[in-house]
Design a protein around this ligand. Sequence first.
Ligand code: F6P
Length: 559
Amino acid sequence: MSAAAGTATLPPWPRCDRTRAWGALAGHWQAHGRDLDLREAFARDPRRFESLSFAAPEVFADLSKNRIDLAAMRFLLDLARECGLESRRDAMLAGAVANATEGRAVLHTALRAPRGAATPFNAEVHAVLDAMLAFAEQVRERAARSGTGDADSLTDIVHIGIGGSDLGPAMAVRALEAFRHRRLRLHFVSNVDGHDIAPVLAALRPERTLVIVASKTFTTQETMANAAVARRWFVAGAPAGADIANHFVGVTTNLKAAAEFGITRTFGFWDWVGGRYSLWSAIGLPIAIAVGSAGFRELLAGARAMDEHFAGSPLEANLPVLLGLADLWNRNFHGYTSRCVAPYHQGLAHLPAYLQQLEMESNGKGVDLAGEPVPFATSPVVWGEPGTNGQHAFFQMLHQGTDVVPVEFIAVKRPAHEHPDLHAKLLANCLAQGQALMLGKSVDEAAAENVPTAAADLDCAVLARHRRFPGNRPSTTLVLDALTPRSLGALIALYEHRVWTSGALWNINSFDQWGVELGKALANRLLPRLDATVPGAKLGDAAGLDGSTAGLLRRLTST
Ligand code: F6P
């Protein structure tokens, strides 16, 4: 879909390490930050929780268990101002070319603006939104008729996409399970591995299935290959009268390619919507089908509330900015290399994977906007699993391993189920993990305990050293009152703006992804050596390859 991108380019801004505030932060870290002890900090300041916890629409955040103090926060806010964070934010929201290497505006926020708002492309956004939501409602009606013998009814949706065209919808549909249309099953296929699509299609009837092909470019290898498999499956199995026009829908900026593929019903979006920021666009179609148009509008409204908070709150109370600043402090001063996301809500099981793309594809960059290598660390590794499962897997390392990993807990006050006893246990575990990371357990405390499970002949002092927890390990806790379309929208927008904040301070382009190109190109060159059916194929031909790749190719293609 074509729509003029922004025209104004952003003026150059000082990179964070070239500011006066950066020097002040470095000095403060040496004098106070490096050795900050969380237990002492809480003992010294009984109001530490109040001073370092913040409220934004739908989300409350406790940063007080981070190894940060108020002076560091002040220097970080100075840094933000010296780096022109507020005017950069305003320019981006107004449609400036914030994605300089691709010459594009960055306007996913415009997708959340209400009808009539003075935001760029408002009329176009609402025209597509209305059409997409009307279609979602039609699909829900077709689902409501399932089991009645109605030839047009539907039971299953298969969404084919990858990266930003998969992770957002898959994450949100899972998160909003409690709001899902009860007669519809939604399946997400992303991997080019046939083990992904084959079992999904095998269990479905073509005439009861709607296939959504979602790809911003409509050229992505994985999505195009899976879409072709789905089309073959449909043509081979659909009874007379069921046609592609009624069972396939495309979501893309490349309407021409979708038409060439044979899809006649398409919802478009724009080049100023980055893939990993696209769930608010027609890419969110499966979310709208799952929760209905009212639910989808709630999702947008929650994100919009967070956008207004981000755009209008003073930096001192601006939660995405404060989280982004704390991230920079943890990454560049404490030197923590990763962040563990531990949602204590099973519905948020896909959130860590979603955040991996959001943060690591956005901020995993090594050069600044001028193309100069940056002398500081950028994106941490983002990873995680829902609690309490993670506690029985990798939390051992978080508590006693040699690396310190800040943990981000997400707690939800009210569950959507009828098991208050389970929910109380879940929340008790969530709070306990943050406590344990912070408080730890000294050797003396461990030595004073009676441990019936320890080996009888083990020296008590040795056992106490094994059972010591260093403590002073940082965590942040986010709290939602309930997981709803609105709160999910606010939470995701919070993460988007937070990732932007650290990326803007690092002066990197958070909106391109050149780092994914090389592997794609090499895979295309290797394909004829692995697939005898592609034009020019030379199966197993290792000529010109490095020794390792040649050896592996021979191993994989030998008969
Ligand atoms: O490979 C990276 C990427 O370009 C992501 O940024 C994007 O979300 C994904 O591929 C899918 O791209 P498309 O929506 O064009 O199929």
